[in-house]
Design a protein around this ligand. Structure first.
Ligand code: DQA
Length: 147
């Protein structure tokens, strides 16, 4: 099994960026944790980060035929992007949405996610551990092929 981990805008600045909200781990350290978790789960994990909406859309399209599932932290595009939502619906690859922070405890503009209706589930609020929980959930779903 092969999965794509997609990191959206500003997540390249993790470690520096509002560590009180997002924690002090860098994106590279989160990716290393995911790689180790993937090895435990016997699932291949590839990574991509972009600050550009269209590049994220392209990466979702290019997953077809390459990956069986997607783990995505769409960053602020979560709250704005119909294009990302449509890309996820179009490829129909099982997708798990993750957030470091609990978006429901924050500003009201973060409470709505455009992508939640097209994913199998969402994990929000556990810091870097959200990604590991998300990968576990995705691997479990892919092996069972259902919720
Ligand atoms: C985020 C939450 C979003 O509201 C924010 O724009 C981000 C990160 C999170 O992981 O908590 O960039 O997706």
């Amino acid at each position: 099994l092969s999965t794509l981990v997609l990191h959206g805008p500003n997540l390249n600045l993790l470690g520096l960026r509002e560590p009180n909200i997002y924690g002090s781990l860098t994106l590279d350290s989160i990716n290393s944790l995911l790689e180790a978790e993937g090895a435990k789960l016997n699932i291949k994990v590839s990574f991509m980060q972009s600050n550009h909406e269209g590049a994220l859309v392209d990466a979702i399209h290019e997953s077809l035929g390459k990956h069986q599932g997607i783990l995505i932290n769409a960053g602020a595009y979560t709250h704005t992007s119909l294009a990302l939502r449509d890309a996820i619906s179009a490829v129909k690859l099982p997708t798990v949405e993750v957030h470091l922070s609990n978006i429901y405890c924050r500003e009201s503009f973060r409470h709505h996610s455009y992508i939640s209706p097209v994913v199998i589930g969402q994990i929000s609020g556990f810091g870097a551990h959200s990604y590991l929980l998300g990968l576990q959930a995705l691997a479990h779903y892919l092996r069972k092929e259902k919720n």
